[in-house]
Ligand binder design. Structure first.
Ligand SMILES: [Zn+2]
Ligand SMILES: [Zn+2]
Length: 153
């Protein structure tokens, strides 16, 4: 019978199951740590190479701050930004239009829902009125019949 110095005596197999499990867990944790570190390093590298908000037309890195005259990475000259600004304004306008359109549709839906509800309420009121009328008619008919009976008796 073999002996594990950490977990005590073993079964017939000769290897300590607990030790095997511990080793596997340690390896998995190390792998996860390495993966995370690599991910962070890649992110860092990307940020260093792409410190801006706009793509440079020369080196194609995302290196330009808004309105930059020169790329900090490749030092290429950057032309006028008017076109970019116009594009951004256009996109913003489209976004705003889409939002307005959505709001309008929502209001229309709300209006339809309300008028449907009003119509339902009107139908219910009409039904109640008819029911009341029928009740009255029945009541008076019965009353008249009873009175006639009393008179004729
Ligand atoms: Zn062990
Ligand atoms: Zn560049």
């Amino acid at each position: 019978m073999a002996y594990c110095p950490i977990h005590g005596y073993l079964g017939e197999g000769g290897t300590c199951d607990q030790c095997v499990r511990d080793r596997e867990e340690a390896e998995e944790a190390a792998e996860a740590r390495a993966g995370k570190a690599a991910e962070l390093a890649a992110e860092q590298t990307f940020l260093i190479n792409n410190p801006g908000d706009y793509k440079c037309p020369h080196c194609l890195l995302k290196s330009l701050k808004r309105g930059a005259r020169r790329c900090p990475k490749c030092h290429g000259e950057i032309g006028p930004w008017d076109e970019v600004y116009a594009r951004e304004a256009e996109a913003l306008k489209k976004q705003e239009e889409a939002r307005t359109q959505k709001e309008r549709e929502r209001q229309q839906q709300e209006e339809i829902r309300k008028s449907r509800k009003r119509a339902q309420a009107a139908v219910a009121a009409e039904r109640a009125r008819k029911t009341r009328h029928i009740c009255k008619v029945i009541f008076f008919t019965v009353a008249i019949v009873l009175m006639l009976r009393l008179i004729c008796a």
